[in-house]
Design a protein around this ligand. Sequence first.
Ligand code: GTR
Length: 325
Amino acid sequence: MMHFSRLTTMAFAFASLLASSASAQTVLRSADTHPDGYPTVEAVKYMGELIKERTGGRYAVEVYPSAQLGEEKDTIEQTQAGVLDFNRVSMGPFNGIVPETRVPSLPYIFRSADHMRHTMDGPIGGELLKAFEAHNLVGLAFYDSGARSFYNSKKPITSLADMKGMKFRVIQSDVFVDMVNQLGANATPMGYGEVYSALETGVIDGAENNWPSFESAKHYEVAKYITLDQHQMVPEVLVMSKTSWDKLSSEDQAIVKQAAKDSVSKMRELWDAREKKSRAIVEAAGVKVSEIDKQPLIDAMKPVYDKYLSTPELKDLATRIQATE
Ligand code: GTR
């Protein structure tokens, strides 16, 4: 009997210990438009593991993939409002909010993936992360997004003239809209989640994205022609709500910042593998890949540069990006 009551006391103590440790854990929520397994989703999960480990379990991160919490425009608002703690989005939907993000979103501003990585890893990347602060956000890290290229359901595009009058979906950003219109095509801005059915029903002729998005969103099933024009290398950004950030001790803020930073190399490793895999999947499915002379496209972007490099500061930022080795 004595033995039994000791056991119950111990069980009770253990249960309350569990309850108190569970209640001591704060779960931070993060949104992503991509599905589970996509490099951005997995990188944020990895960051969450590091945060959990380094805070002794006081904090954990839960990633909501596949646009469960909304399209990027909506989740950005939620993050600014402090409803969401983290958000991983493209810089594109930020173009209307954070003017500095327009510069790395400009077509052909980066010469290569290495150029983009070096720029974002250096002082310019640091400066760009800081630019989010004025918008109730804390910029934590930049991830890769490879190169975006045009794909469509109608025909192979092998010259600029082929694009004339075609309707392409773009991210909800004026930079993207102007880019497509300057190429002689028609831009239709819409959320990522609507693109598949818009392609299928012919509301649009095409869209543009990198290999992993083209593949994971299954757009290749309804757009069989892709042209390797590689017009943009728009970095992905991981931000935290300033409201959530301010609730952390300065020690925990440092842990979050470092964990985000540490997730970048993990992301790049996953990215490099996924780019190859995605390309192989879509090619095996019969997608026709075309080459194009990029120079006429580059030349057509002059008015876009003139429009968006509207202040000496933005012009200087573009010059410094171009001068980065
Ligand atoms: C992808 C990017 C997403 C989303 C998407 C889009 O490359 O990773 O965050 O912005 O493009 O075109 O909407």
